[in-house]
Design a protein around this ligand. Structure first.
Ligand SMILES: [Zn+2]
Length: 146
């Protein structure tokens, strides 16, 4: 999935010839030099995807300028229409990460409890007893002990 900002950047980034992508579909344009009339060197820009074509121009630069100055509303409107779906995907991801974060935080707290118990037994110098084991099991599985 390409995000909207990447698509917007692609729509507004010129190629090596200084040519913007197609104003309608956003696919790469090409300067059509294949079929100039015999006695002229006229050029036009053609979209390789949807076939949108400029008028014949007296130079490649003029054809590029003609293509680049076309209104790009339809491609931009398509991006805007896509935005709510992408926002929904991002919100789902945010929810997913929040749940994962909360789960990992609980896991860290549980492990801290176990380590705290080990540390207190070691510091006290007393042997590991059944009470210690019960406390350890409670720290390891706090929901089962409750
Ligand atoms: Zn096109």
């Amino acid at each position: 999935m390409t995000d909207i900002l990447s698509k917007l950047a692609a729509l507004t980034t010129k190629d090596k010839n200084g040519l913007l992508p197609c104003a309608v579909c956003g696919h790469p344009n090409e300067v059509d030099g294949i079929k100039p009339t015999i006695e002229s060197n006229r050029r036009r820009v053609v979209c390789t995807h949807c076939g949108l074509t400029t008028i014949w121009c007296d130079s490649a630069d003029h054809a590029i300028e003609t293509a680049n100055t076309r209104p790009r509303e339809s491609a931009l409107i398509a991006l805007v229409q896509e935005a709510p779906k992408q926002i929904e995907v991002l919100q789902d991801s945010e929810t997913h990460f929040r749940v994962a974060y909360e789960t990992s935080t609980k896991e860290i707290d549980r492990l801290r409890g176990c380590l705290g118990l080990f540390a207190s037994v070691i510091k006290s110098g007393e042997p590991w007893t059944e009470i210690c084991q019960r406390e350890y099991d409670k720290a390891l599985n706090p929901t089962e002990a409750a």
